[in-house]
Design a protein around this ligand. Sequence first.
Ligand SMILES: [Zn+2]
Length: 131
Amino acid sequence: MENTNEKIVECPGCGIKLINRHFTLLGNYNASGECYQKYSDLSCYTIGKQDIDFIHQHSIDAYSTQHSGNGMKPITTAFSLIGLYYAVEKGFNGRQVQRVHTLLSRQKYNWKELQPPDKSVYSLTVFDVLN
Ligand SMILES: [Zn+2]
């Protein structure tokens, strides 16, 4: 009899539990390969839209924020959080957030490593957005 726990993999970033397909994680995300595959599927959709508002930027920022850690550069986490701030609090579209990132990147700043909150399961994951 197979152990059912081996059939499921839990993402260390967002906590989503998916069927373990033994995908390899590419990139410096604190994610399971299976979760990252869902993000890749979502990216195909958001990039494929070629929309003027560039919703893909929000996808990048949300996923990077939820999956910070595992060698991710501090600037990536900081920029993602800043991007989400401008999107949620200021109503910026993805293109405007991208512009903020460009302006910030011109300044030399030693971004400190930010620690993610204690492990928790998020109420919304890339899987929900993809569906
Ligand atoms: Zn995840």
